[in-house]
Design a protein around this ligand. Sequence first.
Ligand SMILES: [Zn+2]
Length: 277
Amino acid sequence: MAAVDRVTGTYVFQGANIVLPDGADIGPADIGPVAETLAMTTFGGPEVRPSSGYCEIPTAEGEAGMAAFMLDNDTVLPKGWRSVPIRQAISATAGGMVTAGSPEGLLFRAYHIMQWRRESAYCGSCGSPNDDAPGGLARLCPVCGRQEFPRISPAVIVLVTNDRDQALLAHNANFDDGIYSLLAGFVEAGENLESTIIREIREEVNIEVDRIQYAASQPWPFPNSLMLGFTAEYAGGALKPDGTEILDARWFTRDALPNLPGKGSVARHIIDRWLRG
Ligand SMILES: [Zn+2]
């Protein structure tokens, strides 16, 4: 990990949106950082640094340096700029999954780090204002020496199939109307991934699964997840959504699917892979 020598591009965020110059469509070339000078002259100046609203994003050696800052939610954008939900931008540009180093992957990295920077202004142990650790990404407490790195929360997401070649898709209370996706849940302390999968599926829809196999993974910085995708097979029990987190869950065949999550999510990637057989 190298520190940033020279910032050439800056991501501008506002809440879970990326702020972009106006344009007709959104393509991979549009969701990168805007020129440092343009961002700073439009939205701030050197006085913005080093507040929690601005941070540099360390990159691999040899890459141009990036920075990011987060506008307040009530900041009115100047003419010629617009605010686009990051999920919508990713869905519009990503062909499949978001990979590290792609325009979408760099956007995810910058957004993840930006959010963490805002939440790590103070030491979690003694409450003193944190400094930046030299040469890298960590925060360092100048009083007690505690170091803090960006938090990454692992979560499993699982395609369950049955012996009738159907896939289990569920409508979560947080989803938009009509959207069905894979079952998912956060890893708890003391669990391995298999035990998380078995517990979550039992809790959410009351069934048992086995033959768990790893499928794919993808960062998901809303706010700080790493989604670990698996497949599993139905092994028993009567399907019964918990009614609070999962409002509906059903077995679907390939030719009669509900509305699916957007492109650029690991859920969609795993569902698409199953659809291709
Ligand atoms: Zn401290």
